[in-house]
Design a protein around this ligand. Structure first.
Ligand code: TMP
Length: 325
């Protein structure tokens, strides 16, 4: 079975990298093999080219056509050495930037002829196209503020792209908007000013829809015992184990992305809930030994039925199995 190529796009400091990192364990826990890459880079040759493109101070005046060709040299290497073999092995390839970046930055940003850009991209990627592309959108002022804060906390590194003027990034953003409007079935445009948790929840929702082969569906939000939770109105194929009792549940807390069954939600106080990190660690350990994460005594009075650690229901077992393809 061919895998999936999912790409993440946006201007500077939209949070793409953070979103990719959060997605990896979530996909792995569902049984997928994940390959995470970035562009330019991702191969030994590509990483060398990345340094030339981004950080080499004496390359500051690089011609835009040279930039276009080097970007796509890095891409040709990545597509042939990593992306195609990974897709053939059925893996999910997450790529932080791909050819839409070239169209937006070199085409719209640097002002190169769009048909020249397209020809060079075609030579680099051939038939290898993304199945889904997330465009994280933030206003240019937010991008500038995030970069200012980020740069204040790390040693100065010359970055040829970040040195560009505001007008350049406005053209890049406009380019992305046009590209996304041309291919609405491939693009999912997400408001990158939302919290990382909210952005991640939206990304997961779109991925679930893609993997299930159905259209994207809205999540239903509700509040149980003061805890906001999101009920996924799918057919049970995306059951998670409850973070309190490990019973399969189609619900999760909206703010923290913890799976929480309605029974535990009815009695849990927010203070009882593990952090997402604790939950993931415990979940992994518990999956190996199939031990309960928490007993009914420690889970804040979880009802007895819910306190059962194992998936006793055969239906639930079968549905859980469908998530680990
Ligand atoms: P990043 O990995 O921190 O996003 O940096 C990559 C930079 O390279 C970013 O400023 C966007 C730019 N870029 C292009 O101009 N064209 C491209 O095709 C790609 C992949 C990136």
């Amino acid at each position: 079975m061919r895998g999936l190529l999912i790409t993440f796009e946006g201007t500077e400091a939209t949070g793409k990298g953070v979103q990719v990192q959060r997605l990896i364990p979530w996909l792995q826990e569902r049984g997928y093999t994940v390959c995470s890459l970035r562009e330019p880079g991702g191969t030994p040759t590509g990483e060398e080219l990345r340094h030339v493109l981004k950080h080499q101070p004496n390359c500051e005046g690089m011609d835009p056509v040279t930039e276009l060709l080097i970007m796509n040299a890095s891409r040709a290497e990545l597509v042939r050495k990593i992306i195609r073999p990974s897709l053939e092995h059925g893996e999910i390839v997450l790529c932080d930037r791909f050819y839409d970046s070239t169209c937006a930055y070199q085409g719209y940003g640097r002002g190169l002829d769009l048909s020249l850009v397209q020809q060079v991209v075609d030579a680099a990627v051939g038939e290898t196209k993304p199945d889904l592309t997330f465009l994280l959108r933030i206003p240019v002022e937010v991008s500038e503020e995030r970069r200012r804060r980020r740069n204040a906390t790390r040693p100065f590194t010359f970055d040829r792209f970040e040195a560009a003027e505001r007008e350049f990034f406005l053209r890049v953003q406009e380019g992305y908007d046009e590209i996304a409007a041309r291919e609405p079935e491939r693009f999912r445009v997400i408001d990158g000013t939302r919290t990382p948790e909210e952005v991640q929840a939206q990304i997961r929702q779109h991925l679930v829809a893609l993997m299930d082969g159905g259209p994207p569906q809205a999540f239903k939000e509700t509040v149980l015992a003061g805890v906001p939770i999101t009920i996924e109105p799918l057919d049970g194929s995306i059951l998670e184990r409850c973070c309190m009792c490990r019973r399969p549940t189609p619900c999760w807390t909206q703010d923290q992305l913890l799976a929480l069954c309605p029974q535990c939600a009815a009695v849990a106080r927010p203070i009882d809930l593990p952090t997402p990190e604790q939950w993931h660690t415990r979940e992994r350990v518990a999956m190996e030994g199939e031990q309960p994460l928490m007993s009914s005594e420690t889970s804040g009075g979880c009802p007895k039925r819910c306190g059962s650690a194992q998936t006793s229901n055969a239906d639930d077992q079968a549905r859980l199995a469908t998530t680990a393809r």
